[in-house]
Design a protein around this ligand. Structure first.
Ligand SMILES: CC(C)(COP(=O)(O)OP(=O)(O)OC[C@H]1O[C@@H](n2cnc3c(N)ncnc32)[C@H](O)[C@@H]1OP(=O)(O)O)[C@@H](O)C(=O)NCCC(=O)NCCS
Length: 158
């Protein structure tokens, strides 16, 4: 039986492949129940940003994923998605994915990374603060009426 309480192995992340997209869709549905990315959006995001899409995997099963979009003209990267399956949380997958996202920023030599987060999402907020992100602004209708998001940013010194 799989031990779901132990910490994951050090390097649990690998680049996502086309064959992972259906599972990423499942993760998104399980995590963002009210607003998952539909498959066609995941596919097109993958076509554009696939080199910066990472999955966390254990025992051959995807436990979560992160998607980074790099905007070289603005020397900025956005963490568009970070999700870990409910049954695999609090075991370091989220932090491992965040570390990989930060490594992508390093490789791309961007000056900053931005994230949007629901103001009430204390769990994600804690991980982001811990990873060096600071609040920049709140947009009350970022994703439409009643869907406020905080924009957080981390500056890199190069
Ligand atoms: C946010 C999320 C990715 C964290 O994934 P995770 O695998 O549980 O995270 P980790 O085990 O690596 O924990 C990393 C840090 O997050 C914070 N954290 C995670 N779960 C927490 C909880 N239940 N309560 C408080 N802090 C928590 C802690 O700071 C933790 O560090 P610590 O273990 O040193 O205390 C996961 O909870 C998730 O998918 N949530 C729903 C989707 C979401 O909110 N995504 C981000 C915004 S779009």
């Amino acid at each position: 039986m799989t031990d779901t309480t132990a910490a994951p192995a050090t390097d649990v992340c690998r680049p996502a492949r086309l064959a992972d997209l259906a599972v990423i869709e499942d993760v998104d549905k399980a995590v963002f129940t009210d607003k998952p990315y539909p498959y066609f959006v995941i596919r097109q995001l993958f076509d554009v940003h696939g080199a910066h899409c990472v999955v966390a995997e254990e025992d051959g099963e995807v436990r979560g994923y992160a998607l980074v979009a790099v905007v070289p003209a603005e020397s900025t990267a956005w963490l568009l998605s970070l999700a870990v399956l409910p049954g695999s949380r609090r075991r370091g997958f989220g932090r491992a994915l965040m570390d990989r996202a930060l490594a992508i920023c390093d490789e791309a030599r961007v000056d900053r990374m931005r994230i949007t987060v629901r103001p009430t999402n204390d769990v994600a907020y804690r991980l982001y603060k811990d990873s060096g992100f600071d609040w920049v602004r709140t947009e009350d209708t970022y994703f439409g009426v009643g869907e406020a998001r905080d924009v957080l940013e981390k500056q890199f010194r190069r």
